[in-house]
Design a protein around this ligand. Structure first.
Ligand SMILES: [Zn+2]
Ligand SMILES: [Zn+2]
Length: 141
């Protein structure tokens, strides 16, 4: 299942649509997601994210949830939108929940990206004003 976001800015005329998630439009999507998830899983198993996570991966693997689906992100600095893999790992057990989300780097300026799944208004990547509106959001197979 994929999702689409369409942003439009009334100030400068910027308009762009983004597709995230799997669909017939994204070739090999499932395989790429699986590979990314496997990579995270083995990094966790080798202790890359600390001992707690490593321990959970060894003994309570079924409680570890890994998400590498794509989502829409926006740069905090240059305001460019980009579609990135989420790369997050979370653990749920009776005592605590823990989640790790990887830092996402802007492909153009290397600043931090923020996930853009909520909020209907945001900064316009073109004129940089807080005037870009989410005009439509769709779901597709
Ligand atoms: Zn940027
Ligand atoms: Zn604009």
């Amino acid at each position: 299942m994929g999702k689409s976001y369409r942003y439009k800015c009334e100030e400068c005329g910027y308009e762009e649509e983004f597709f995230v998630g799997g669909s017939y439009m994204a070739r090999n999507y499932n395989r790429r997601v699986e590979e990314a998830e496997e990579e995270l899983r083995s990094a966790a198993l080798y202790g890359k994210f600390g001992e707690t996570i490593q321990h959970m991966m060894k003994y309570e693997r079924d409680k570890v949830y890994i998400n590498c689906d794509t989502d829409l992100y926006q740069c905090m600095d240059c305001r460019s939108f980009s579609v990135q893999m989420a790369k997050e790992l979370s653990l749920n057990n009776s005592d605590f929940t823990l989640s790790v989300e990887f830092r996402h780097e802007c492909p153009s300026c290397r600043s931090n990206l923020l996930r853009k799944s909520r909020g209907s208004i945001t900064f316009c990547p073109n004129c940089k004003k807080f005037t870009a509106q989410l005009v439509s959001m769709g779901k597709f197979d």
